[in-house]
Design a protein around this ligand. Structure first.
Ligand code: ADP
Ligand code: MG
Length: 314
């Protein structure tokens, strides 16, 4: 029998929405796109982001501390864990339903709470760059910076957001369990929100105050699972050069060498498109035959069929 194509999917913010009701509705559409790929014969593993959700959980936990001074502040690593469970619950519920609606009864769905080791000396800890939470105005950003010591930055022309450290993922702690589940045919949601960032302290794993970019986490997971495809589903159908300029150009294909040149020329915004292209390049150049695809969530199936998206290859 032909081996199924193993596909790691990274879901962006638009796959999940910004509020509880939005997420409940969004995961239904997201599940359709994912089950489409399963019906195309792919073996799918799901990774998702958590920018808005981890911001929301963090704000909720700050509100708790204000209301009840006996509750100490909640570490960001715990907020990431909470966001993994909350998003995983909605996703696994919607995926199960979509599979059953299509008469697929032999694929169990489960979320793996995943820790990812990061390097305590990662320079990212000295230079917070990852936007989380809501977009706010400049005035609201100044207020948050004053009140909570948040570092606020302007995000790709779309408003101001809190930024936190985003170190590179080094090791998926639960990889053995994830591999066993995937090998036995389960539909697994893992490394949610980029994984819970932890630092080795002997046998202890200490939570780090950071949010790992899900684009890099999904790349690491895809390599560890020896996937054929890394598909990054986001809010644009293709990657552009000269993005937002009058002469912008949408790309169907991108070789690793071209991508590296465009990265050097600054075509991709840090914190949004840059990590996706970097993750795609890392994956596509890691082994013969591996490819990455960046496209719209709704176009996942057309993308795997080669009809759209930006394909990154050696
Ligand atoms: P996600 O939640 O899926 O990770 P992001 O907002 O982080 O989404 O990144 C996707 C966004 O990157 C696009 O919606 C677009 O606004 C922005 N972007 C920045 N540079 C580019 C580029 N060169 N080509 C396409 N999109 C770009
Ligand atoms: Mg992003």
């Amino acid at each position: 029998m032909l081996r199924k194509k193993r596909v790691v999917i990274a879901l962006g913010g638009n796959a999940l929405g910004n509020t509880l009701p939005e997420q409940m509705a969004a995961v239904k559409i997201t599940s359709r796109a994912i089950v489409d790929l399963i019906e195309e014969g792919c073996e799918v593993v799901v990774v998702h982001g958590n920018g808005p959700q981890v911001g929301m959980v963090n704000n909720a936990m700050i509100a708790l501390t204000h209301e009840d001074p006996e509750q100490p502040n909640t570490p960001l690593s715990v907020c990431v864990a909470m966001s993994q469970a909350y998003i995983g619950y909605d996703l696994q519920n919607a995926l199960r339903e979509e599979l059953l609606n299509r008469g697929i009864t032999d694929i169990p769905v489960a979320t793996m709470i995943t820790q990812i080791r990061v390097d305590a000396d990662d320079p990212a800890f000295q230079n917070p760059s990852k936007p989380i939470g809501k977009f706010v105005t400049k005035e609201a950003a100044d207020e948050l910076a004053r009140k909570y010591d948040y570092i606020m930055k302007e995000d790709a022309g779309r408003g101001w957001r809190r930024v936190v450290a985003s170190p590179k993922p080094v090791e998926v702690i639960e990889i053995g369990t994830i591999r066993t589940m995937v090998d036995s045919g389960d539909l697994v949601i893992a490394c949610g929100g980029g994984g819970i960032p932890v630092i080795h302290q002997g046998n202890h794993l200490k939570g780090a105050s950071a949010v790992i970019d899900k684009d890099f986490a999904s790349c690491l997971l895809a390599k560890e699972l020896d996937a054929d495809f890394l598909i990054i589903l986001t809010a644009v159908e293709k990657v552009a050069i000269r993005y937002g300029k009058p002469d912008e150009e949408w790309l169907d294909e991108l070789s690793v060498a071209e991508a590296e040149r465009y990265i050097g020329e600054g075509h991709f915004a840090p914190g949004s498109m840059l990590p996706k292209v970097q993750a795609a390049v890392d994956f596509a150049s890691s082994k013969e035959g591996r490819q990455a695809l960046i496209t719209l969530l709704e176009k996942a199936k057309d993308g795997i069929l080669g009809k759209t998206g930006t394909r990154i290859h050696m």
